[in-house]
Design a protein around this ligand. Sequence first.
Ligand SMILES: [Zn+2]
Ligand SMILES: [Zn+2]
Length: 798
Amino acid sequence: MIAQVIVDVAAKQTDRVFEYHIPKELTDVAVGSRVVVPFGRRKVQGFVVGISETTSYTGKLKDLLVVIDELPPLTPELIALSKTLADKIFSYRITILQSMLPRVMKANYRKILVPLTDEIKENSLFKGEPFDLNEVSDLETIVKIKKLIKNNQAKIEYLVENKARKKQVAAYLLTKTRTEYQEILGGIRKTSKNQRALLNNIVEKYNEYPKLGSTIESELGISSSTLRAAEKKGWLLKKEQEIYRNPLKDFESNASKHSVRLNSEQLDALNSIGTSIKEKEAKTFLLEGITGSGKTEVYLHAISTALEQKRNALMLVPEISLTPQMVKQVKERFGDNVAVLHSGLSEGEKYDEWRRIRRGEAQVVVGARSAIFAPLKNIGLILIDEEHESSYKQNDTPRYHARDVALLRSKFHNCPVVLGSATPSLASRARAQKGRYKLLRLTKRANQKSLPKVDLIDLKTVEFAGGQFDLSIPLVDAIKEKIAKKEQVILLLNRRGFASFMLCRNCGFVLKCPNCDISLTLHKDTGQMQCHYCGHKEPIPRKCPNCQSEKIRFLGTGTQKVQEELETLLPDAKILRMDVDTTRRKGSYKKILDSFGNHQADILLGTQMIAKGLDFPNVTLVGVINADTALSLPDFNSSEKTFDLLTQVAGRAGRAEKTGRVMIQTYNPENYAIKLAQSQDYERFYQKEMQVRFQGNYPPFFYTTLITITSKNEQSAAKEAFVIKRKLMRELHAPTIILGPTPSSVAKIKNQYYYQILVKYKYEPKLHDLLHQIQDDAQLAQKRGLNIYIDNEPERIM
Ligand SMILES: [Zn+2]
Ligand SMILES: [Zn+2]
């Protein structure tokens, strides 16, 4: 038998299938298996993508060496998907195959030096063992090694290591009958307290065994040495048992499965989706529902329908809104059938959840973007909540969009995809308009409450409370009023840190990151200036680094500064801050939300991570400190992003009995995105924004592809960009538009200069092959220090 293998070397020459002979011993190899194969003079990992009886190759094929896992980690469906997707998004197939697995399963290569003669084995370098080359740093050793290789006394070999570890615990089994244990107990001295306690426990609770070692130890207050002694005497048999790390242990279902009555709109939506599940239709629904309209209830009922049909369900939520609240709801409804995949889990937890899915032990998967590759079989429903979120698009290689992958998987499984949002992406909404997606609408808030009242505060004319220019008097007054009534407040400021830049008033110098074309942000809590692009840190300057003047000022604002202002203006209020800086530690996200939910604080101040999915009944005021942060970005979709964010955050107010209020501070109260967010009128925003996109020749009226060229040398990046542009110009013709090359809006990141070309097209049959050519040529360019990335339908084109 012959195995077709994609090897773990991401390069143009290796981006194809290699054939290996399957030796008789490796009968368990299947499509989807991870294997180790000889490749040149190395051993590398690979994936089996096909198995055949014969080959057209006439030479002698090498043997497969190892099959790594008992169960092939990837299903034949995912193997096929990797091929389609690689072609679509200009990626190497191996890169996609690897993204489908938890990170711990990525191959780890160790380079070792192996002695070739017995004499050399005794050399001080080896001491009888192969020598680990990854640990070599001193020149003297390197010279020694080179000499050994040159004299054929040693050679370099590559080992493939498996980092994925299963968690194991010790369980103890009984070896004798109850009567036999009673007899042993009779013969034990009174002073051997621990042994007597153990034997007593065995006799009394005979049927509870086998038990975990840790359980016995804590129940009886004995130590592991007693257990070891018992094992030695043959009383107990120790067995290593594999267990899963349970990331949901904090959410044990409290069985409060109160069933919610659906309103007629929710029922209609559910019926349409349910019919598609039952009829096995690969149909796409756009579920457009205003905030608070009960989309989640529709999701949960639809999942039930899939499970009733003996099929599984996959649900995606954006990383930042994968809040404990959403997970809790799904977990309460479906208990142990749920597996969760997101970046808040430890690598071990992720691996365990992933294996539960692969083994068919979970029927419902909830996860962030990469969970779209979950090895779930027999899928009956795919849900994507907040489908407009840009985090569904991966920003680095492989640049896939989870929605596109969902559509491919739905075709394979013949199941519906449901895209849900209060503010659907223009692209999805336009497709629904054309009838390619079926539009389902929820127009009523599930609790019958009207949408909260939204006020705009014009920062150009309003008076500010305190000495800073962040909090207006009307907003502060409203906060005071709510706190006095024991109600809670959410404040959004989409900028972390204290001040966004340092300016010298003497010479105009702005302190920038030495590696990036961006100013450094002041972080008062750590006492440092930080780069939000590369993480560079330096001390806060006391003098201007340029002219030594002490007349320096820290301008702009951030969550840390607003927190300080609030503490001054409202000394009795308890404030929680939620941003990247306060949620770095595992579990801190949940801790902050739990504490706010238990009313241990009056104000929750945070970046966009507080805008979505949160449901706190006692929140009656939502304040937006500055609505203009996203609007000022020079990107084609900045109005859409602004409208989305404001609508989402406004939806956090007045979700239960009490009426909600929203206050938006802005310097642009006349801007249509902000005005229409005020009236929460998605429909009019959609119409208006479609006109703007039409006039600007932007998506969804044009397809777009962004080609980015980077180099440490600015000129060579620019030069290469022009070479690529000429290539495109030769083959592509109007109405296709080629913009650039131009420096990206942040022209330098981590000492790399960025240039970009944007191709906008309606129908351009030659483009696909042309881009594949550019991708192939990119490898040669890489040798000259250039990196070229192709991004199909980018989320950002700045
Ligand atoms: Zn200066
Ligand atoms: Zn930087």
